[in-house]
Design a protein around this ligand. Structure first.
Ligand code: SIN
Ligand code: FE2
Length: 216
């Protein structure tokens, strides 16, 4: 019998949303965990706070790339440096640059790889990715480790939403008319994967921030 609740099969998705279940085989998932670990060794996970209230996020974050996305009391923004170490973020690992090329069709590399770490109780509220100047490039989002319930809406906060379970190795792409769709993570299904030694879920999100200038 199928349990009630989030759909396990992929629902009908709006135009511009790509869902690639099990796009990454287990070797590639392990390689990605390894490179994420190397990034974290140089740029430790930290807990951002909500603009205004200063309430701590339930996820921990870090970044790779020339620009890292961050949040603190003063707002959301891209920064060239880690808020605690004040060092530049490490480079985006080649395997992720290759994945961007494979999936994306944008003529320049991503500038940000946001790494989100979810432990058992972590979630991410419905939001848009809208701090980028270039909205013509897709957002590519990779799931590793424990499965989670991914929620997707439309361009307006009140639009109808759908949810489905994303598992380790799955990729979600928000492109074109879906680039500004609201999305979030309702909950993590603790213990559903053995990929991460300490459990939990890693999400790697690749984004282009600035417009790519085509030389004339
Ligand atoms: C995000 O939108 O920043 C994260 C989405 C996810 O964890 O899958
Ligand atoms: Fe997002």
């Amino acid at each position: 019998m199928r349990a009630a609740g989030p759909q396990n099969a992929s629902p009908t998705l709006p135009e511009g949303v790509g869902y690639f279940p099990q796009y990454l085989d287990s070797n590639r998932q392990e390689e990605l965990v390894e490179v994420a670990r190397e990034v974290v060794a140089q740029a430790p996970l930290y807990r951002p706070s909500m603009p205004g209230t200063g309430k701590p996020f339930s996820v921990q974050m870090t970044n790779a790339g020339p620009l890292g996305w961050m949040a603190d009391r003063t707002g959301y923004r891209y920064s060239k440096t880690h808020p605690e170490t004040e060092k530049p973020w490490p480079e985006i690992p080649t395997i992720l640059l290759d994945l961007w090329k494979e999936l994306c069709g944008y003529p320049a590399p991503p500038e940000c790889c946001l790494i989100n770490h979810y432990d058992a109780g972590a979630r991410m509220g419905l939001h848009q990715d809208r701090d980028e100047i270039e909205l013509g490039a897709p957002v590519i989002s990779v799931s590793l480790g424990d499965s989670a319930v991914f929620r997707l809406g439309g361009e307006n906060r009140r639009d109808r939403t759908i949810s489905w379970r994303v598992s380790s190795g799955d990729i979600v792409v928000l492109a074109n008319e879906a680039r500004l769709c609201y999305h979030g993570i309702d909950r993590v299904i603790s213990g559903s994967s053995r990929l991460l030694k300490g459990g939990g879920r890693l999400n790697l999100t690749l984004r282009r921030v600035n417009r790519h200038c085509v030389p004339s």
